[in-house]
Ligand binder design. Sequence first.
Ligand code: PXL
Length: 287
Amino acid sequence: MKKIAIINDLSGVGRSSLSIQLPVVSALRVTACPVPTAILSSHTAFQEVAKLNFCDNMQAYFDAWNKNGFKFDGILIGYLGDEREQKIIEEFILEQKKRNPDVKVILDPVFADHGRLYRHMSEKNIEAMISLAGLADLICPNLTEAACLVDNDYEGLKETLDSCNLDSAKAMVFNALLSALHHITKGTIVITGVEETDSYGRSYLLNVLSEEDGDVRFIRTEKTGNNRPGTGDLFSAIVGAKFIKNIDMESACQIAADFIGSAIRHSDDERVPVVEGVQFEDLLHRL
Ligand code: PXL
């Protein structure tokens, strides 16, 4: 069975990061080995948050793993508790590459959404993510993160995209963004969850896939309900697990988008408060 190290925070309430990536990766029949970057009472969209950083313990954690001879097929990275974790994670990646040159590194550069940085995030976190992107085989930023990684103006980008009626025009805008992103990573890029509305007022979520072969591909699903926390974590967990199993990225993105769309609709139907994320537990069996 394939094995993946998942480097992300452990948040007690709100269905985000490790709490949801572990069950999803297990359901996809990949062994999930967690590395907490921080322990939080909940994700940071709640009013009161207690945060314990794991940075000072991370080196010993990886040293013990390495001394035991553990090796992985994939390393999935998400939210960092502290930008100093970047160097420790990079050393771990380089050590793992010596043991398994085929190890795949998947980076979800979690630091912002809807044009705004998450609480506790700063320019230093963005720099850490840019550095990690240099070692990644796949990165899956949302539009805000993609724009920040290459110092683009998010609002301007969003406005330009909203003014494009044709996919061919949209593809040109994304190609410019993707070519800047390809300067910071050699890997595959998926820009996730870009919101769009058509001339009939219907809303969609667009995932934009750019592989080495250069052709940009759009994976579009109808928007099924509210924006909810944790959907990016679900996306990177599903696509990451499929990536290490060498499943083609277009169908991996489609499966992830369909699963998340169903989970959002179900959560709205069940009147789950938005801050509590998606009630994915009822749908896990579908993966
Ligand atoms: O889902 C992204 C995420 C991960 N981890 C923490 C967060 C968030 C988004 O708010 O706060 C701690």
